[in-house]
Design a protein around this ligand. Structure first.
Ligand SMILES: Cc1cc2nc3c(=O)[nH]c(=O)nc-3n(C[C@H](O)[C@H](O)[C@H](O)COP(=O)(O)O)c2cc1C
Length: 172
């Protein structure tokens, strides 16, 4: 698929088929995430892969009842490793680690779509509950929960704000 087609065609998917995903596919998604840019190439992002049903159910609870998380065969939690970035970048570390993580997240979403898979970037969750559930250490921050599966819906493209309202040539 052409890159622009992948970008335009990706949608948030909240309904998944009851179909498993092979480990190699997950590895391809993680390799795509790792090819994203990162501040100083520190790659201040970690990934937790969840297939366990009970853990998925607990993630649903931590994510304000977003039950489609449980439907997905695989869930990836992307974590900003603030400790790794702060070692070099001090007080900028939190911002850079979050950006490293989000660049990786977007690559996962796009790579998944190019492979016929559906994903959703879930940001509405209780960070403390997710950290406790998954044993995420101090100085790291879970940034997104990404359910991954074969899509069982084809949502229309949600409208975008008109470019003239967002784009400022030369100055704001
Ligand atoms: C930071 C962030 C947080 C989001 N959190 C959620 C969420 O908690 N639940 C959800 O269903 N979608 C969530 N989304 C997905 C957005 O709702 C979605 O991207 C937006 O409506 C545009 O739709 P599209 O992804 O199909 O283009 C989130 C997206 C981002 C970037």
């Amino acid at each position: 698929m052409d890159c622009i087609d992948v970008i335009k065609g990706r949608r948030s998917i909240r309904k998944f088929k009851d179909l498993a995903i092979g480990k190699e596919i997950i590895e391809d998604l993680l390799n795509a995430a790792q090819m994203a840019p990162s501040a100083g190439n520190l790659q201040a992002r970690d990934f937790i892969i969840i297939t366990n049903k009970i853990t998925k159910q607990k993630l649903v609870k931590a994510a304000l009842g977003q039950s489609f998380i449980e439907q997905a065969p695989v869930v990836i939690v992307v974590v900003a490793n603030i400790e790794r970035s702060s070692r070099i970048y001090r007080s900028r570390g939190e911002l850079y680690a979050t950006q490293d993580a989000t660049a990786g997240i977007e690559n996962i979403l796009l790579a998944a779509h190019s492979m016929g898979l559906g994903t959703c970037w879930i940001g509405a969750f209780d960070e403390n509950a997710v950290s406790e559930l998954l044993g995420i250490p101090d100085k790291t921050l879970p940034v997104a929960i990404i359910p991954v599966g074969y899509p069982d819906e084809q949502p229309a493209t949600p409208p975008r704000i008109a470019m003239e309202r967002l784009v400022h040539w030369e100055t704001w």
